[in-house]
Design a protein around this ligand. Structure first.
Ligand SMILES: Nc1ncnc2c1ncn2[C@@H]1O[C@H](COP(=O)(O)OP(=O)(O)OP(=O)(O)O)[C@@H](O)[C@H]1O
Ligand SMILES: [Mg+2]
Length: 456
């Protein structure tokens, strides 16, 4: 590999062992610098490296200052920070300043090789997407795996292009977006476009993972490993080996379990309950969230280090109301999907206008449910305005304007209930358990209702 790597550390022995470790991993173009000022001077002179490995704690200049110089002079250089155990909070500060990752000493050759490969992969894609001075001629093909995702929105096409470029690598992907925007569909497409496609894609709803079962579910257990372990159980990590683990609703994973997941991501191994030899895992992680994970992280509800590990690449799917050009395409797709059963072949002009004017709080899933219902209700061969739900037929949809103005049509009780529940759901940052508590209804009742609204 001819990727250029610069190592900066004041300890010559450490530099020597890291350089040898990198050579063993196949990296030949490695330069080391003991003096951070000399390293800074290299970048100021216009030299560029693909990856810089920077010790956070050096006597002359601290690592953060050097990081800032590198990011200002050579933004596409991927920076990895090297820290001691007691400096992790400073390392997280570096992530906020543009570092790609941090590694805690002592560092094994495997961990280092993996971190550098991940950084190089991200750089490869950034160089294509934001070429700057460096132009590459890599051809982009809209490969088969992404065909199930219907769109002509430039915003979404850009996301798909980025997803496609990252698909082949093992870099962790985090998909964000409101409920029903197609996060799981995109995660599956990334899996199908990768060489892991022959192996499992395992979706796990992290909101349903409880403390006591986490180890058994993820790591598996041998018979008799704990009271109640009546038979050997294969955990998600073993089951999905060589495949993709889709961590859905990652924001709902309780804080105490986040540390366990982090260890797997950091070390690439885990201990099956009832055994003493750690098992290696080769799993690609894709996570998804419809909550504002940044806010969770800032409030201490989500671990900083896990957040940055999972967010190797972030793909944000915009809500349907911000990509209205997709509504006719999607409506047509769903019409075809259901018309086999119900024999419909079109949407009237008036119904089309109503579909375009609606805000879709439940996004594409809600549009799909609306078309399914309309196909079912429509009398003739076409979906007419009359076969659409009443809230679409009002000029201002109830779901997007909560308060009723004087003189506006009176909403039905069902519509009021829906608007009230969706409002509470938004207010709690879309945390179902909190919404149920706020509304004094059972969690399952809430889940059922959200499903009917096409929101969950
Ligand atoms: N661009 C698209 N083209 C075709 N179908 C789509 C598209 N986006 C989403 N869908 C369909 O909409 C439905 C919801 O998508 P999906 O389950 O991927 O959403 P989600 O973002 O994971 O939702 P949630 O946050 O509620 O889990 C699915 O039936 C999916 O197939
Ligand atoms: Mg989903």
């Amino acid at each position: 590999m001819d990727n250029s790597i610069l190592l900066i550390d004041d300890e010559p022995l450490f530099l020597d062992s890291i350089r040898r470790g990198l050579n063993l991993c196949g990296f030949k173009n490695v330069r080391s610098e003991q003096d951070p000022n000399k390293a800074a001077a290299l970048f100021k002179e216009g030299r560029s490296f693909d990856v810089a490995l920077i010790d956070l704690n050096m006597p002359e200049t601290n690592g953060i200052e050097l990081l800032n110089v590198i990011k200002n002079t050579s933004p596409n250089t991927e920076c990895l920070m090297v820290t001691a155990v007691n400096e992790v909070s400073a390392a997280v500060e570096c992530l906020k300043n543009g570092a790609r990752d941090y590694l805690v000493k002592p560092i094994s050759a495997d961990t280092l090789g993996l971190a550098i490969k991940c950084a190089l992969e991200r750089k490869r894609v950034l160089d294509i997407l934001h070429p700057g001075k460096k132009m590459t001629s890599t051809a982009l093909t809209h490969i088969e795996a992404f065909r199930s995702i219907i769109t002509r929105s430039p915003k979404v096409l850009k996301i798909l292009k980025e997803a496609e470029l990252h698909a082949a690598s093992d870099i962790p992907v985090m998909i964000t977006g409101e409920s029903g925007t197609g996060k799981e569909l995109l995660a599956r497409a990334v899996h199908c476009a990768s060489s892991r496609t022959k192996f499992s894609f395992t979706p796990i709803n992290m909101a349903s993972v409880t403390g006591s079962l986490f180890d058994a579910e993820f790591f598996g257990c041998t018979k008799g490993a704990f009271t109640g372990a009546e038979k050997t159980r294969i955990g998600h990590l073993e089951q999905t080996n060589k495949g993709t683990l889709f961590l859905d609703e990652i924001g709902d994973l309780p804080l105490d379990l986040q540390g366990k997941l982090l260890r797997v991501l950091q070390e690439g191994e885990y201990l099956k309950l009832g055994t003493s030899k750690p098992q290696k895992t080769d799993v690609r992680f894709i996570s998804a969230t419809n909550t504002n994970l940044d806010r969770f992280k800032d409030n201490g509800m989500f671990r900083n280090d896990l957040y940055y590990r999972l967010k190797g690449v972030c793909l944000h799917l915009p809500p349907l109301r911000e990509r209205k050009e997709d509504i006719p395409l999607l409506a047509d797709k769903f019409l075809k999907e259901f018309s086999d059963v119900y024999g419909k072949d079109g949407i009237s002009e008036e119904a089309g206008i109503l579909l375009m004017n609606y805000d879709y709080p439940g996004n594409i899933r809600e549009l799909r449910s609306i078309i399914q219902l309309a196909v079912n209700l429509a009398q003739g061969r076409q979906i007419s305005a009359g076969s659409l739900p009443t809230h679409l037929r009002k000029r201002k949809p109830v779901a997007s304007g909560y308060s009723q103005k004087e003189g506006s049509p009176v909403a039905t009780l069902k519509e009021m209930e829906k608007a009230h529940i969706l409002k509470a759901y938004e207010q709690t940052g879309k945390i179902k358990a909190q919404t149920a508590k706020l509304l004094s209804i059972g969690l399952n009742t809430l889940r059922r209702k959200l499903e009917v609204y096409g929101v969950a």
